[in-house]
Design a protein. Structure first.
Length: 372
């Protein structure tokens, strides 16, 4: 049984999501409470954190920010430098060449043009691909090892350069209701969230990958983090207007390149998300098979919370675009992983959740529960 939030359109099949007795989801409740927050005292707390970063760094840089060059990381870098007045070192984890999009490369270059210093870490493409393939087969999603690399590189560089303050963007527990513990600005335990599950990628090694080959995929241990004196902070927690819409506006004003694709090709209405990689559309489609919702659901739910969209319009957009993915991206993904398209669909369909999907007489699938 799927329950949809009465305010936005998020379904109860989103892992970790909870509802109150009025059928309103946690992120909707939190978004209303944003008006009651004492933003002044949060700002004071943030200023103290920035000062702590400056005082505890052994470098000319005061903090580390993991960047993709996308809207959120561009906004974080600008906030750190221009609003907090500290000097961030940006760390980018680069995708294997086949996964890196042209726009992503332009956006990373844009950060350099904006005057930031960026270090790029490029984990072994061969290891990356092997783990992605194993994750896709095991979970029906390639994302786990990729996320591990994207999040582990930042604390590894922070420890190596002795810059202990790390800024992350939003706290997904507050924005999306994800499973993950912290509901504050403290991100020190974020490696224990749902996706990273401790940050240890060894389940993908299978005797062909050594731990030492996957160091950039492995989150530092608690001991290493403690020795590095790491302090990981969600910058988004401290800014009332830190959201996808405003972040995109600010980043575009500052040179962000956006996608030129149609919603039916990418299953999303926004053209400013996950710009560095095209496989992400395939993953959103797979998520749709497993949980019955895709990227459009997240996008319109956020717009409803911001008061920018009516629920009726959101329902229509979800019906039209959720879970859509152009065959171009599926073909590209299959080529990359060296799968035939039949093999891909065998795996993908095996993850279709039969509790929420039913097969129609003509062989196509439809959701058992209707969003209204
Ligand atoms: Zn909601």
């Amino acid at each position: 049984m799927i329950q949809y939030c009465n305010k936005c359109v998020t379904p109860s099949s989103r892992p970790g999501l909870s509802f109150n007795q009025d059928g309103i989801c946690l992120p909707c409740i939190i978004s209303v409470e944003k008006d009651k927050i004492d933003w002044g005292s949060r700002r004071k707390e943030l200023n103290e954190i920035a000062l702590w970063g400056k005082d505890n760094s052994d470098s000319n840089f005061d903090c580390i920010i993991g960047v993709s060059g996308g809207k959120d990381s561009t906004r974080q870098a600008l906030l750190a430098r221009d609003d907090l007045g500290i000097n961030p070192l940006l760390v980018s984890c680069t995708y294997p060449p086949e996964g890196q999009s042209e726009i992503g490369a332009q956006n990373l270059a844009n950060l350099t043009n904006l005057g930031f210093t960026t270090i790029s870490v490029g984990p072994s493409p061969k290891i990356w691909k092997t783990m992605m393939k194993r994750s896709f087969i095991k979970y029906g999603s390639y994302g786990k090892p990729t996320e591990m690399a994207l999040y582990a590189t930042t604390p590894r560089v922070a420890i190596a350069y002795r810059i202990p303050l790390i800024f992350l963007g939003e706290n997904n527990v507050l924005t999306y209701g994800d499973v993950g513990g912290s509901t504050t600005g403290d991100g020190n335990r974020m490696k224990y969230n749902n996706t990273l599950s401790g940050g240890n990628p060894s389940e993908f090694f299978k005797n062909t990958i050594q731990k030492s080959q996957a160091i950039w995929h492995s989150y530092p241990s608690d001991k290493e983090m403690e020795l590095g004196n790491l302090r990981i902070v969600y910058l988004g927690y401290y800014y009332k207007d830190f959201n996808n819409k405003i972040n995109a506006e600010v980043a575009i004003e500052n040179g962000l390149h956006v996608r030129n694709s149609k919603p039916e090709e990418i299953g999303a209405i926004n053209n400013f998300d996950a710009l560095e990689n095209d496989f992400v559309h395939v993953n959103q489609m797979l998520k749709y098979f497993k949980f019955g919702f895709g990227k459009t659901t997240d996008e319109v739910s956020e717009l409803i919370r911001l008061g920018e969209m009516e629920r009726d319009e959101a329902v229509e957009l979800v019906k039209k675009y959720d879970g859509k993915c152009s065959t171009i991206y599926i073909k590209k993904f299959c080529e990359y992983l060296e799968f035939s398209e039949d093999e891909f669909w065998d795996v993908a369909n095996s993850f279709r959740n039969k509790n929420i999907w039913q097969k129609k007489y003509n062989g196509s699938w439809e959701l058992k529960y209707k969003l209204v």
